[in-house]
Design a protein around this ligand. Structure first.
Ligand code: NAP
Length: 551
């Protein structure tokens, strides 16, 4: 192992990274560039993170792949070519493998190795991480790149384990695929995962029951093979386009589609109906999630929001021939307050004779029986049951891990009543441990790869400065967490997001608090806060100390 400058005695690495998704690969590359000794552990047998685990039928990334990609390596940008406008998980995993190989990251990545326990030693300020392979490794710093949508959830219906057929969760799909040919299949959940699964398996199954509670705004993805001309043009202008995306307005979600260009800045209420129509028609034609790039007050003002909500409600209704179905499937809540769903021929699926919608708006699922699902007096007999019921977002993966900070404090305890972080980067009681793309950050509303890159850069500069100054311990204060939690609340209250139950606010998990879950103040403000902390030498909200060298 190479000794890096300023390395703590008796540690194996300066930095241990957990998770080989795009955040983890970014962190590994950056830390190595800076000369730190670093090792990355990944539980899955290969790199790819969420795209390794989520390989359900029909999955396509809903941000253009050419945009949803790493921007820190010119070589990777220029040498990799996407085959589709919106790639599936297999291509995204091939891309992650290409990055790992091309940047020679593989030699510092240990796949198939879960971190079972991470324990902080208060005397030395060093973390000891025990792996599923039986090793214990010590590092000064830990970077948790474990993802914001990683911990799947299943509603605890009575009789859940009694079902005699096969059960699947969208987020843990078997790599070998599932043959549903001729089977009676039930899908619970019509968020992004459920909608893509339903649209894809409907033609294959014998009978499909869709257990449907809240209709979402499902919009055509308009996927197609990547035109060579577009790929060449983006590659020639990558720098400028990435910069434009990075510095975009509201959440930053507004880019999402290089073709649609400049973000809209005016108010929906100042524009004429003709201007609304022209803008929305353009977005509709472009497809995907391009509706995130509309009048910014759509996110904050009900009247402005209604202009877009009504446009999309009409677009959805006109795709559904049966008026009763149209009534059930057309969303009523303010658009954008829950994540848009990108789909291909979703609404048309309900015209098939073998597809049946089970409306759960009035009465939910009563129980899972050995033969299927019971709703009221009706038992739906099934061979297979698919849970597309989402994730314990933002906090789930760290709460599920055995991470023991000061006095053995776990994230499960510390985040029991809401996520407590400072700047969505660190938590009190967990010194020298950084969280990337998770609780307390703008992750739900920003392009997560870019956010991850910016957070990694911030952490990298922080660790460099500390090392230069011989400071080996940093931790946020509890007061800073209170203030950050307050700011998260203040920023979400200023938007329309609280009007709708969604995973953004933890509403999809019974009893989960929305406190501190995410920062809704936009990426520009978040970036400024990160910069201020750095310029201010981390004097506000952090405690820096130098512990004696470990022995
Ligand atoms: P989700 O958006 O949280 O959807 C979960 C679904 O399960 C909802 O329809 C929900 O209904 C339903 N559900 C939960 N509990 C239920 C119960 N007890 N009874 C009946 N229905 C129940 O989860 P997801 O679809 O996995 O998506 C999560 C996020 O992952 C997305 O918003 C997106 O950010 C990301 N994602 C992205 C892609 C992509 O890039 N293409 C694909 C998949 C996921 P209610 O709405 O009524 O609660």
């Amino acid at each position: 192992m190479t000794e890096s400058p300023g390395k703590t005695p008796n540690t194996d690495y300066d930095v241990i990274i957990v998770g080989a998704g795009f955040g983890g690969l970014t962190a590994l590359h950056r830390m190595r560039e800076l000369g730190f000794s670093v090792r990355l552990f990944e539980a899955a047998p290969n790199v790819g993170g969420t795209w390794y685990w989520n390989q359900y039928p029909g999955l396509k990334v809903d941000v253009e792949s050419i945009e949803y990609s790493l921007s820190f390596s010119h070589v990777v940008e220029q040498e990799w070519t996407w085959s589709e406008r919106y790639s599936g998980p297999q291509e995204l995993c091939r891309y992650a493998n290409f990055v790992a190989d091309r940047l020679d990251l593989r030699r510092d990545i240990q796949t198939g190795t879960r971190i079972d326990v991470a324990e902080f030693d208060e005397d030395t300020g060093v973390w000891a991480l025990s792996t599923s392979g039986g090793e214990t490794l010590r590092s000064r710093f830990v970077m948790m790149c474990t993802g914001m949508l990683n911990q799947p959830i299943k509603p605890q219906f009575p009789g859940l384990d009694s079902f005699e057929g096969t059960q699947y969760h969208s987020a843990r799909w078997p790599k070998e695929g599932v043959d549903f040919t001729g089977k009676r299949v039930g899908v619970i959940g019509t968020g992004s995962s459920g909608v893509q699964i339903i649209s894809t398996i409907a033609s294959e199954v014998g009978h499909l029951h869709v257990f449907h509670r809240t209709p979402g705004y499902c919009l055509p993805l308009r996927n197609h093979a990547m035109p060579e001309e577009y790929s060449t043009r983006v590659k020639a202008n990558y720098g400028a386009w990435r910069a434009a995306e990075r510095y975009n307005s509201f959440g930053g979600w507004v880019a999402l589609n290089y073709e649609i260009g400049e973000p809209v800045t005016g108010s929906a209420l100042d524009a004429t109906p003709e201007e609304h129509q022209e803008l929305f028609d353009e977005r509709w034609k472009s497809g995907g999630l391009s509706f995130y790039n509309v009048y910014p007050d759509t996110y904050t003002d009900l009247e402005a929001n209604a202009v877009l909500s009504q446009y999309l409600q009409a677009k959805i209704s006109e795709r559904i021939k049966d008026p009763k179905l149209a009534e059930i499937l057309t969303p009523k809540y303010p658009v954008l307050t829950k994540r848009l769903i990108a789909e291909t021929n979703y609404y048309e699926v309900y015209e098939q004779d073998n597809v049946e919608l089970v409306d759960l708006r009035e009465n939910g699922i009563d129980e899972i029986t050995p033969k299927g699902v019971r709703v009221g007096d009706t038992e739906y007999e099934l061979d297979s049951l698919v849970f597309a019921t989402g994730f314990d977002a933002m906090i789930g993966s760290l709460k599920a891990m055995d991470v023991r900070g000061r006095n053995g404090l776990t994230f499960s305890e510390h985040w029991d009543d809401g996520a407590r972080t400072h700047m969505g980067l660190m938590s009190a009681g967990f010194p020298n441990l950084f969280i990337i793309n998770a609780a307390g950050s703008p992750a739900p509303l920003f392009q997560p790869i870019i956010l991850g890159q910016e957070q990694v850069q911030w952490v990298a500069r922080l660790i460099t400065k500390l090392t230069e100054r011989n400071i080996n311990c940093i931790e946020p204060t509890s007061e800073a967490e209170d203030i950050w939690g307050g700011l998260c609340e203040e920023t979400v209250t200023a938007t329309l997001f609280p009007l709708t139950d969604s995973w953004y606010l933890g509403k999809n998990v019974p009893g989960k608090s929305r406190t501190g879950l995410a920062y809704f103040g936009g990426m520009e403000n978040y970036r400024q806060i990160m910069t201020d902390a750095e310029v201010g030498d981390y004097s506000d909200g952090f405690v820096l100390s130098t512990l004696p060298a470990s022995n």
